[in-house]
Design a protein around this ligand. Sequence first.
Ligand code: SF4
Length: 414
Amino acid sequence: MQNLVTFSIHTLGCKLNFSESSDIARRLEEVGFGRSECPDFLLVNSCAVTAVAEKKVRNLVAHLHRELPDARIVVLGCYAALRPQEILKWPGVVATFGNNDKLNVIPFMQNAALPAAPPFFAAFSSSDRTRSFLKIQDGCDYHCTYCTVWKARGESRSDTIPHVLEEIRRIVSMGMKEVNLTGVNLGDFGRHDGHGFGELLEAIEAEGLEVRIRISSIEPNLLTEDIIQLAARSRIIMPHFHIPLQSPCNRVLGLMHRRYTREFFAEKVRRVKEAMPHACIAMDVIAGFPTETESEFEEGLQFLEQLPASYFHVFTYSRRPATPAAEMDGQVPPAVKKIRTNRLIELSDRKKWDFYRSQIGKVRPVLWESELKNKMMCGFTDNYVKLKTKYDASRVNLVQDIEIKEDMFDLRSE
Ligand code: SF4
């Protein structure tokens, strides 16, 4: 099996169940599954000898689902034989196998865990009158140690440049003014076909369309100097970058299997700001990755303080099933993770406010969107400052040059 898919097995009831569980576990290991406390599959070999025994099964399954909400639960044994339909309604349960077909759990898991290599399928959203999210890439080959997305989405694959252009023309013809290019690892676009994300952006630029293009998120090592320079001279690529840092500590970045150091990251941010001083730069940061120490966190916070980033998306580290990070020693206690998360959010709020204030008095193009509560409407500048103004139906879906004033800020969400 290419990427180890993992399981754990929980047994209730009689000795027969215990011996069968042991046999199933051995067979699963023989066909390539691994054991883990934080697995992809949770097997519960159940008992239904009494009402109390049944209650124990229900409680165990509920507890496992609470602890590991992403794991797929399979219930085996007597309870499964008696009431499979009832069990299939329990949250997290994906299959049941009674006593006579317990061993069928093995081919079931093999089929369910086949490495994903689905074809790329294109998609764009059109529920919003003004903006569309256009998927141009899917999957990821990076395998960061905390992440399950690459397992769920499979290998990196992309749309073609001609088809992306066709989709953008279609979106524009529907009257939408902004296209947000999205993907799991967007900067990896076209790598398997010998093309690149920069090449796609050049091709979009050359179309000469009346549209605003946003880059949803791009890995720092894939944000090339060519892309920065193109964005700086472009009429349509918005000066707004979302670059995942994940940790301001090089040791932790190494454990995460990220492909850069914090110094490399800081240099990227500096290059973007040099080319586009007005650019908005958002970053992802994970709080409380396993082994992150207090002093590393404090020192990292100071590093982030110095970075000319506009705000952070802060994530509290959570153990994802069957990821290397979930198995690491040195898991950070939940209360500590919460404190670190809040400190990062505080810093992000401060940075965002500073960034917003730095834009007061500037004239920037705003795409007005829909109605807000209290008869207000909102819109984003090219550099992603969110503004509000009195609702006026005739301005919805218009791009207008607006002089930014402090009382126009809408800081409730990004
Ligand atoms: S975190 Fe991002 S880059 Fe890393 S494996 Fe997951 S999807 Fe890929």
